[in-house]
Design a protein around this ligand. Structure first.
Ligand code: MRU
Length: 366
């Protein structure tokens, strides 16, 4: 089953806040509600957030009461603003809403003086959102197999946060590399960082890997350095919420520390991210906005206080790993190596061209 999907005029998703205890599907029928699903992390992980936002744009068209093209476009621009504001770091969110808005603007331009049919536009936007979601799965598989090429048989991988099926529409980014290794018959073992404060590793990655029967051990985040120094890690893999033009990576808090310790111990470090996560408009990682989340995530575990009442808390959800700590960035368009400015730009260009080719193929089939 997909992490996020469209059904009966609603955006539906697995409520990831409840995993692994309960498997519940949540449904959202308005744009502010879809934005809430992202903000409150029913759905999380950069590509999954992007797909959710795309369905949110399709939903905006479906429920629009606009009577003319301009008001319809205004409704969509308003929806984009609402969705984009839900979380600041993952660039896939604005990437997806921009892609859907462009489809609408193009249709309006093609219609010229004639008014756009709201229903026709709603159908086109849903088709685009479905295409984006289908592409995500296909891209993840390609990325996974690209990354598997650098993982030796018998490797011990260290993984941070959750980057699997749940963080995408299906298959995953860094966990996709592990699933690809498994499909190729490679024997790999994964050290799963618990990933405080929200425990995406313990709750989600461990759940996914156990279901997929991938050998793994859950570790406390603080154990990672010890494992690396004592020769128990061959490769470090993680995803990204945004990659700057120079290859600096924003990912779940704690990633930077892993990359630095890996460098100290001569361990290769791969970031695995689709080209939709690369933001060529930002020259370096210092320009990436870092989300700060609530105190409860740190001061409580499972709603039980683990610190004094009203303790002051600082809770940045992401950190920046400077590109010099990365061995490579695995994308669906191949592995980018330093200098990243050139290799990432070329990969993004190929990624954009592939989207256009797939769009052209779809319209020639219609
Ligand atoms: O706060 P989250 O759970 O949305 O953070 C997710 C991550 O940091 C992932 O590593 C990232 O989105 C890449 S996974 C496809």
């Amino acid at each position: 089953m997909r992490t996020v999907f469209w059904q009966d005029g609603q955006v539906k998703m697995i409520d990831q806040r409840l995993l692994p205890g309960e498997e519940v599907i949540a449904a959202f029928a308005t744009v502010p509600e879809v934005a809430r699903s992202i903000r409150e992390m029913y759905v999380r992980g950069a590509p999954a957030i992007g797909a959710t936002a795309a369905y949110g744009m399709a939903l905006a068209a479906h429920i629009s009461a606009a009577g003319d093209t301009q008001s319809l476009l205004n409704d969509l621009r308003q929806a984009k603003e609402t969705l984009d504001a839900a979380r600041p770091t993952a660039v896939n969110l604005a990437w997806a809403t921009r892609r859907l808005l462009r489809v609408a603007e193009q249709l309006a331009e093609d219609a010229g003086a004639a008014q756009l049919e709201v229903e026709e536009l709603a159908r086109s936007l849903l088709a685009e959102a479905e295409a984006l979601a289908d592409e995500d799965v296909e891209i993840n598989r390609r990325m996974g197999f690209n990354g598997a090429a650098v993982v030796p048989d018998g490797a011990n991988l260290l993984h941070h946060c959750n980057t699997g099926s749940l963080a995408t529409v299906d298959f995953g980014t860094a966990l996709g590399v592990i699933y690809a290794c498994q499909e190729q018959g490679k024997h790999v073992h994964v050290w799963v960082d618990e990933t405080r404060p929200r425990l995406q590793g313990a709750r989600l990655t461990a759940w996914e890997l156990m279901r997929a029967e991938v050998p793994m051990h859950l570790i406390a985040d603080n154990a990672a350095g010890h494992l690396m120094r004592t020769g128990q890690v061959d490769v470090v893999v993680f995803g990204a919420d945004r990659v700057a033009a120079n290859g600096d990576v924003a990912n779940k808090i704690g990633t930077y520390k892993l990359a630095v310790v890996a460098r100290e111990n001569g361990i290769p470090v791969y970031c695995v991210a689709p080209t939709s996560t690369v933001d060529l408009e930002l020259s370096d990682g210092d320009k990436i906005p870092i989300e700060e989340r609530g105190a409860g995530e740190v001061a409580e575990i499972g709603r039980r206080p683990v610190a004094p009442t009203d303790v002051p808390v600082y809770n940045p959800a992401f950190d920046i790993t400077p590109h010099r700590y990365l061995t490579g960035i695995v994308t669906e368009e191949g592995i980018c190596y330093p200098p990243f400015t050139a290799s990432l730009e070329a990969a993004v260009e190929r990624g954009r061209a592939a989207i256009e080719e797939r769009r052209a193929a779809r319209s020639s089939q219609q």
